[in-house]
Design a protein around this ligand. Structure first.
Ligand code: PEP
Length: 255
């Protein structure tokens, strides 16, 4: 059994980001996950963020013990924004949360901290929890700029009225996403401690309770070690969240 050493007051969250993967066939993985969780419930909240096309189909399965989330939202409630989805629409489809500011969105869609902040505000307006991502590139890490970068992203992307209930932070080093590479435990601890201090400075008591997830090549084989780092309050998982076997393998860090 794994020892979970992170702050005991904060219940961990393990959220799966399916990205642009999954058609109806993939619903079988949610069913398998529900079965595994039903047999042995981890001491962590569990969430799947499927593509928007699967959200209401997943919600229709009434996934006991597994919450649902969106992967992005528009800042506005409604309007002429072809292809976009509002936070209210995600909520209506069954989401409880939405990922915002993922590095793939920041890179592929040129999303600035200001744009991400508007999305966090939209999530809060709709009653969703915003899972707001920060993370440095390899070039920035090599230049010794990691803490400066993630602290600036945190400052620029969060409005002042965030609470532990409506906001989750995900630290995702860009170079670790989908690469199989992970920072060392000491590097993860350094960044999570700096983020915790920044949250405390900005949000006081709420900042002490906010979850800070680690994301970037989390797998069943490294979850125990990463989830035991102080101030790591769960994981945001990409590739390994696509099968119930791997995602439950990660959740075992909380069994
Ligand atoms: C992600 O993109 O949020 C992520 C963590 O991906 P992966 O787990 O595949 O590195």
């Amino acid at each position: 059994m794994a020892t979970q050493k992170s702050t005991p007051k904060i219940k961990a969250l393990v959220a799966g980001n399916w990205k642009m993967n999954g058609t109806g066939k993939q619903l079988a993985e949610l069913r398998k996950l529900m079965t595994a969780v039903g047999r042995r419930k981890p001491k962590a909240d569990i969430m799947i963020c499927p593509p928007a096309t699967l959200l209401s189909r997943m919600a229709a399965l009434k996934p006991k013990g597994v919450a649902l989330g969106g992967q992005d939202c528009h800042a506005n409630i409604a309007g002429a924004h072809t292809g976009d989805i509002s936070a209210e629409m995600l909520k209506d489809a069954g989401a409880r949360a939405v990922i915002v500011g993922h590095s793939e969105r920041r890179a592929d869609h040129d999303e600035s901290d200001k744009a991400v902040r508007a999305k966090v505000e939209a999530a809060h307006r709709a009653g969703l929890t915003a899972i707001m991502c920060v993370g440095e590139s390899l070039k920035q890490r090599k230049a010794g700029e990691t803490l400066k970068i993630v602290q600036a992203q945190l400052r620029g992307s969060l409005p002042i009225d965030c609470s532990a209930k409506n906001t989750v932070i995900a630290y995702e080093p860009v170079w670790a996403i989908g690469s199989g590479l992970t920072p060392t435990v000491a590097q993860v601890e350094e960044v999570h401690n700096a983020l915790r201090k920044a949250l405390l400075r900005r949000f006081g008591d709420e900042g002490a309770k906010m979850r800070i997830l680690y994301g970037g090549s989390v797998k069943p084989t490294n979850a125990d070690e990463l989830m035991a780092v102080p101030n790591v309050n769960g994981a945001l998982v990409g590739g390994a969240s696509l099968t119930a076997k791997d995602l439950y393998g990660i959740l075992k860090a909380y069994c």
